[in-house]
Ligand binder design. Structure first.
Ligand code: TMP
Length: 208
């Protein structure tokens, strides 16, 4: 879907920070047709689902239940935020989207990529991103930079092997569909990563 851009990466890669810097840049430069949002969450009901998903007390959650809750949050968020904004001709940047489900639930949890792709086809229909920016940093480097995993976050608290398989999952998706991704090396400074991100957006005609 034109003007729908998603941003992906492992925990601690600095996605949220990069999105904040980009938002600030857009505001300062008069791009008032840009919406920044995130998943899971991004709208009232979807944020309530986010709280259930990330609550470390919910450690007994079934993997398939988890996959459906991410998809449920996505359906609501698309309805409340993404679809209306795109209809109004806005550009939407979304911090995580279906590719997170593919790698975290399909590969990391081992539910199977095909199953999770099908579930998400039902959830998103034609609303697939125009392209996806992948902030590339291994979980080893990311957790080192972050000072370890946040154990109060149910997903972050999963073991290192899980996060490694998530990272390898992203690499697999990129190798299979390189045309869908823009890969940004996120191992440099925050400013360097931001500059690379903006270069892509200029090349893609999203900003000048
Ligand atoms: P965040 O920390 O980037 O806000 O994302 C919340 C967590 O949810 C993160 O650990 C990745 C995970 N996640 C999934 O497992 N599947 C999904 O579909 C999405 C959107 C996020």
């Amino acid at each position: 879907m034109r003007n729908f851009i998603t941003v992906e990466g492992c925990e601690g890669v600095g996605k949220t920070y990069q999105m904040r810097m980009l938002k600030q840049y857009c505001e300062e430069n008069g791009y008032d047709n840009v919406v920044f949002t995130r998943e899971p969450g991004g709208s009232d009901i979807a944020e309530q689902i986010r709280r259930i998903l990330l609550d470390a007390n919910n450690s007994a959650m079934d993997d398939l239940c988890e996959a459906f809750l991410y998809a449920a949050s996505r359906i609501q968020h698309l309805k409340d935020i993404v679809k209306p904004a795109l209809c109004q001709g806005k550009v939407v940047f979304c911090d995580r989207f279906v590719h997170s489900s593919y790698v975290y639930q399909g590969i990391g949890r081992g539910l199977g990529l095909d199953k999770i792709v099908k579930l998400n086809e039902l959830a998103v229909g034609e609303y697939m991103p125009e392209f996806t920016i992948f902030l590339d940093l291994s979980p080893e480097q990311a957790f080192k930079r972050k000072g370890g995993a946040d154990k109060t976050d149910r997903m972050e608290a999963v073991d290192y092997a899980f996060h490694l398989s998530v990272y390898q999952g992203y690499k697999q998706l990129i190798a299979e569909h390189p045309e869908r991704f823009e890969v940004v090396d996120a191992s440099g400074s925050k400013e360097q990563t931001q500059a690379k991100l903006r270069e892509i957006l200029v090349r893609r005609g999203i900003i000048r």
